[in-house]
Write a protein that binds this ligand. Structure first.
Ligand code: ADP
Ligand code: ZN
Ligand code: ZN
Length: 751
């Protein structure tokens, strides 16, 4: 018997091995195997039982089969194969993304030893009888511990805990086992993270409003049809999209089918996860990048073995082993965290979701208040069915909840106190003060972390730069450090300028730490929480900050874009954007789309229930058209304008964009390599494609690696793009060691 095995290396083919006779019965397609490759042993997946390619005579032997049931189902093999083809990577790389953890093949279920009374003694009365009869006081102490658990109505703990609590030795336990009073067993325990207490009000489904009921009715028809269709659910912030997902999920589960719910960066969306768990409890396996390997492996196995049929998770959950798939939900489908940048497979989970739904005959729902231009375009072209929910859900006893009132603050006029520049304008400060007085809450967005993005010598203009990256360092006051936001490098700020020997430094620009400091100065009594990358290192930090804000333990939450995502707090009546211009000037064709999404999403956090909401956007460019649309809550209008511009430039969604990054440690060699790649490509460039570059990347050096980009523009209807890219890669050959070429199909950004 011979098998094809996909290995996680960037090659186009599968490898072939012979299966020794003793493994023939277990070497199923989809099982992980360990196989020799040159002088190493590597783990791969059996993809088929095909023979070796012509001309190959001697094959090496499979060493071990690592699964009794295949790790990858037929459907997952087909899906990952599509990913490999479309995104120009190896099948083995795509499969690696679908399996839990990086330590492929090394995980084991966690088992624990238990001691329990045998059936005859497994009651309070039975145990009391035993105590009467026993001599040794250690033995009696151990039995008494069991008795305590029984009378307290608690399940018995693991053996180790039990022995520790009764100060009995393993030998004592062994004697009781020998007498037939206790029995010992080894059992699997699931490593599941704690999601905190789920509030009661989340467990009961509300009566749907008209727009929700309409959306659910249309989805229900699709779910019952049990065939492929895609919906774009465009509902404003607070319109109750999650209830619609929950209803569609319920209908799917009632048919005995499985489902996948994708949410962006799950640590930021504990509320959404809680709502799903509140309604469906343990039927939902949560997948989550901040889980330990063990936790992730257990969740994955619950799905693989069919003990759970629904999963909720970030990007990679689209590859979860859910069988009999009926529904995929992509919440906040516009979010760029759905695109994997590095390593391969550089897939877009939203697009993979649609493809998977198509391959498995499932319904796909893409939901957002600010849909991506791609999805809007697909809906307009009739490829997706459009569901709209233009109004917010009113609170009990309230007729309607309007979208918040959005005002601009012109920073050119307002950003001074006396001679000093401040981050918080008088208007914004006044609005905050009123909320504090009324006991309401405030969310402030400043999409830059640290204290001051620029630390500059006032005499000669010297700027500290990272030695490993071509970016200047950001000043962090909390740790008194200059920090690189690309590689994490940090140093103490110099006492004098290394160029001119003066000590006259300016700390320019505004990061979250500076905003926090100003808040403390202007509002000494206010309770302030900050949420950015620097305050969320710990595993559960997001959850701690958000739940503390939700309980009302703080008045103001200041943070980076983390605070814009899906938060649903009743008492937030003011949202302030400290500088609404951050990000808008980036030389990226999606900069305006992303800015509009961020502004409307963060605005959507205000006034979600009974109390009216207000939003203040501080800007130096109030005349920019984006603000007109944001103030009118007219996302569609802005998107329509952007779509026209994209159409003229043949940018996505009217064309397709591939970005190729060539990087390496020596700038000249990397540049040469990039030239050679472009030359190779140009020789066979199909005439409907346009190639640009190579050019140095916007940040030309990251972590000592020099980066060059080639971008390739293709018409939307292009055929054979992936095949051509693959042929260029083969023609080009492997880059020298230490250098690499990364092909990013449907790149989100070109820098
Ligand atoms: P979105 O995801 O569209 O921003 P949510 O699903 O978070 O909106 O809903 C906003 C709030 O309204 C939530 O607190 C939710 O529990 C509540 N809600 C949703 N649907 C209803 C309904 N039909 N009746 C009452 N409350 C609802
Ligand atoms: Zn200087
Ligand atoms: Zn750096």
């Amino acid at each position: 018997m011979t098998v094809g095995v996909a290995l996680p290396f960037p090659v186009d083919h599968v490898y072939h091995y012979r299966v020794p006779p003793n493994l023939e019965k277990v070497a199923h397609v989809g099982c992980r195997v360990s196989v020799p490759l040159r002088n190493r042993t590597v783990v791969g997946i059996i993809t088929d039982h095909s023979g070796p390619p012509e001309g190959v005579r001697s094959l090496r032997l499979v060493r071990k089969v690592l699964d009794d049931t295949p790790a990858a189902s037929e459907q997952l093999l087909a899906l990952t194969r599509w990913i490999a083809t479309y995104y120009v990577c190896a099948w083995g790389e795509a499969l690696r993304a679908a399996l839990p953890g990086q330590k492929q093949g090394t995980q084991q279920p966690k088992t624990v030893r238990f001691l329990r009374p045998t059936l005859a003694f497994a009651s309070a009365a039975g145990l009391r009888d035993v105590i009467e009869q026993l001599r040794g006081h250690k033995q009696r102490a151990l039995i008494r511990t069991f008795l305590r658990y029984i009378t307290a109505g608690r399940p018995f703990p693991a053996k180790a805990t039990l022995l520790a609590e009764s100060t009995a030795s393993a030998a004592t336990a062994q004697r009781l086992v020998a007498k037939g009073i206790l029995e010992e067993s080894e059992e699997e325990v699931l490593r599941t993270p704690d999601y905190g207490n789920i509030p009661d009000r989340l467990t009961r489904p509300p009566t749907l409003n008209e727009a929700q009921a309409h959306a659910v009715a249309r989805l229900d028809v699709a779910v019952q049809a049990q065939s492929f269709s895609t919906f774009l659910l465009h509902g404003v912030t607070g319109s109750g999209k999650t209830e619609v997902y929950l209803a569609a999920l319920k209908a799917t589960m009632a048919l005995g089918k499985g489902a996948i719910v994708l949410v962006p960066e799950i640590a930021l969306t504990p509320q959404t996860v809680q709502r799903f768990r509140a309604r469906f409890g343990d039927q939902i396996a949560v997948l989550h990048s901040r889980m330990s390997y063990g936790e992730r492996y257990d969740a994955w196995r619950l799905l693989r073995t069919g003990r759970c049929s629904v999963t909720i998770g970030p990007r990679s959950a689209v590859l979860a082993p859910v069988s009999n798939l009926g529904l995929i939900v992509v919440d906040e489908e516009h979010d760029s965290s759905y695109k994997q940048h590095d390593p391969a497979p550089r897939y877009h989970a939203r697009d993979v979701a649609v493809m998977r739904a198509k391959m498995e005959g499932a319904v796909c729902i893409l939901g957002s208040a600010t849909p991506s231009l791609e999805s809007l375009h697909n809906a307009r072209a009739g490829r997706y069915q459009l569901l709209q929910m233009p109004e917010r859900i009113p609170a009990p006893g309230v007729r309607a909840v309007p979208l918040p009132d959005i005002r601009l603050v012109d920073l050119r006029r307002e950003a001074r106190v006396g001679l000093h520049r401040v981050a918080l304008s008088k208007t914004l400060r006044g609005a905050i003060a009123r909320r504090l007085k009324r006991g309401e809450q405030v969310i402030l967005l400043q999409n830059r972390r640290g204290y001051a993005p620029v630390w500059e010598c006032q005499r000669c203009g010297w700027l500290p730069e990272c030695t490993d990256c071509s970016v200047s360092l950001t000043f962090h006051k909390a740790t008194d450090a200059l920090r690189c936001h690309y590689c994490g490098f940090a140093q103490r700020p110099p006492d004098v300028c290394p160029e001119c020997r003066m000590d006259d430094f300016a700390r320019l620009g505004t990061g979250t730490q500076r905003v926090q400091e100003e808040l403390r100065r202007f509002f000494p009594g206010a309770r302030i929480l900050r949420m950015d990358q620097d305050t969320t290192h710990r595993k559960d930090a997001h959850y701690t900050i958000l739940s503390s804000f939700g309980r009302g333990d703080a008045d103001i939450l200041i943070g980076t874009q983390m605070v814009a995502k899906g938060l649903d707090f009743d008492r937030v009546t003011l949202v302030g954007v400290v500088s609404a211009d951050v990000g808008m000037g980036l030389p990226d064709f999606r900069a305006e789309e992303h800015s509009a999404q961020l502004l409307m999403q963060v605005a959507g956090r205000a006034g979600r229930r009974a109390l009216p909401g207000k939003v203040l956007l501080q800007t130096r460019r109030p005349e920019h058209p984006i603000f007109h649309y944001v103030q009118q809550h007219d996302y569609t209008g802005f998107a329509t304008m952007l779509l026209e511009a994209r159409q003229q430039l043949r940018y996505p969604p009217y064309g397709r964009l591939t970005n190729v990054e060539i990087r390496g440690p020596d700038v000249k060699r990397a540049a040469k390599l990039a030239d050679r790649w472009a030359e190779t490509a140009r020789c066979s460039l199909p005439k409907e494609l346009a190639m640009l570059g190579p050019v140095p990347a916007l940040v030309a050096k990251v972590k000592t690696q020099y980066r060059f980009h080639v971008s390739i523009k293709a018409p939307r209807s292009v055929r054979g793009l992936s095949d051509w890219l693959r042929s260029v890669r083969t023609e080009f050959g492997a880059p020298p060691s230490g250098y690499r070429v990364a092909i990013n199909v449907d790149a989100i950004s070109v820098f």
